[in-house]
Ligand binder design. Structure first.
Ligand SMILES: Cc1cc2nc3c(=O)[nH]c(=O)nc-3n(C[C@H](O)[C@H](O)[C@H](O)COP(=O)(O)OP(=O)(O)OC[C@H]3O[C@@H](n4cnc5c(N)ncnc54)[C@H](O)[C@@H]3O)c2cc1C
Length: 410
């Protein structure tokens, strides 16, 4: 058994640490803040078994044009950062072509299928059951054309991947969900997805479990990582930590660190915002207002509204117009109370151009492992890809998911 440093204490890093620990390794997690305070904190909290197909870039000119002229709220972009991301975006666009996307989805669907089963023992062991709602996710449609399209997609996903859903007429859905002020045209209710009332809290509960099982959680800057003849060293507030092996699980910050080690990792940074609103009428389950690209989820702090993607630099200052627009539109559908006062949160989905998380051995370094790039679904996939990583480290056959392997990609 070996000693590991895991850099990053988001859902992906903490899941890596727990899986390594379970395999008998000694693990120290290093993060510059507390666990679960970044992307894993502010997301929509859905454990998405319905996410069997990753988000593709649109291929049709009319949608691209609507994005280009800002006629949609689900994607916003700024010229300079979009140009900086252009090489990664171009590869993303090419991988979104129907045939390629279909092939990528065969891997993605396997990850989605394992998600709730891989979270379940951790939820149980960390006593987090009260944070979990197990009654699905709804997508609400405001026009017939998009509802019909999604109905056909739901039927196809059930046929091809066994994803269960329920198609509900808008008025019938409003009767089920009394927080809705107005009936949508229709709803697709994905039955098997779970949601979490406090994603940061769940990540922290998993981190506490890791410590209870003997793991070490230290504060330090991952950028102090250096290679030695026997392994790796990182500086922490509690002193220098040495280990034979290192896992890079820094989410959207992974490429920045890896540049120093000679890796040019293409990543598309898709920022999202959230705001909390008082829950005037209880909401049974999260839903996406598809036309406006905002998701409303019942959370411990109130109704959390999260936005789609803004293509901006990782460190750009907050500009929450997507949230403001989305909330005004959402208010025509949903009872929302006052906004709860708090600092404006934003986070960045670390998206790879081939839409798959990166899991496996660093191509140019011994004893360095990559585990990042989970894009829109890292909260869902963290425990599953952690198990794949650990099987991969052990040289087991089930760890060899070729499409996820860094060596084939960088
Ligand atoms: C608005 C929004 C909604 C989303 N909704 C969902 C959803 O419903 N379901 C879902 O599955 N996914 C969702 N996602 C995606 C999901 O949140 C991410 O894929 C996931 O959180 C990534 O986890 P991570 O551990 O890789 O990254 P993070 O949670 O960001 O963790 C990275 C860690 O690295 C640390 N770090 C960074 N740099 C350093 C450094 N130099 N030194 C030390 N530590 C450092 C950070 O402090 C952080 O703790 C959403 C994302 C957004 C933005």
């Amino acid at each position: 058994m070996a000693e590991f440093i895991v850099l990053g204490a988001g859902m992906v890093g903490i899941s890596s640490a727990l899986a390594l620990q379970e395999a008998g390794h000694t693990v120290t997690v290093v993060d510059r803040t507390q666990p679960g305070l970044e992307t894993s904190f502010g997301n929509a909290g859905i454990i998405q078994t319905e996410a069997v197909e990753p988000y593709a870039l649109p291929q049709d000119l009319s949608t691209l044009w609507r994005y280009a002229i800002g006629h949609t709220n689900d994607v916003l972009w700024e010229l300079a950062p979009t140009l900086r991301m252009a090489p990664a975006l171009w590869r993303y666009f090419l991988n979104s072509a129907t045939d390629k996307h279909r092939k990528i989805s065969t891997t993605y669907a396997k990850l989605a299928a394992l998600a709730t089963a891989d979270h379940a023992p951790l939820i149980d062991a960390s006593n987090s059951d009260t944070l979990i709602i197990r009654n699905g996710l709804a997508m609400l449609y405001r026009d017939e054309v998009s509802f019909d399209k999604e109905k056909a997609r739901a039927e196809r996903l059930e046929r091809e991947f066994g994803v269960r859903s329920r198609i509900v007429d808008g008025q019938a859905y409003q009767l089920e969900e009394s927080a809705l002020k107005q009936a949508p045209v229709g709803a697709v209710h994905w039955l098997d997805s779970w949601s979490c009332k406090d994603p940061g809290g769940l990540t922290q509960a998993y981190a506490t479990l890791f410590e209870q099982r003997g793991g070490r959680l230290l504060k330090g800057d991952a950028n102090s990582l250096t290679q030695t003849t026997t392994g790796w060293v990182v500086k922490t507030e509690q002193g220098i930590v040495n280990a034979e092996q290192v896992v890079i699980a820094l989410g959207p910050w992974s490429p920045e660190l890896l540049k120093r080690f000679g890796y040019n990792i293409p990543m598309v940074y898709k920022r999202g915002y959230h705001g909390h609103y008082q829950e005037t009428t209880p909401l049974n389950r999260p839903f996406l207002d598809v036309a406006n690209g905002v998701l409303a989820a019942p959370m411990s702090r109130g109704i959390r509204v999260t936005t789609g993607a803004a293509l901006v630099d990782l460190n750009a200052t907050a500009e929450p117009k997507q949230l403001q627009r989305g909330v005004s539109a959402l208010k025509t559908l949903l009872e929302l109370g006052e906004r709860i006062q708090e600092d404006q949160w934003f986070g960045t989905r670390p998206c790879m151009p081939d839409m798959l998380p990166v899991v496996g051995k660093a191509p140019k370094h011994e004893r360095m492992w990559f585990h990042f790039g989970h894009g829109h679904q890292g909260f869902t996939q963290g425990p599953t890809t952690a198990k794949i990583l650990v099987a991969n480290i052990a040289g087991e056959k089930e760890g060899q998911w070729a499409p996820l392997e860094p060596s084939a990609r960088f």
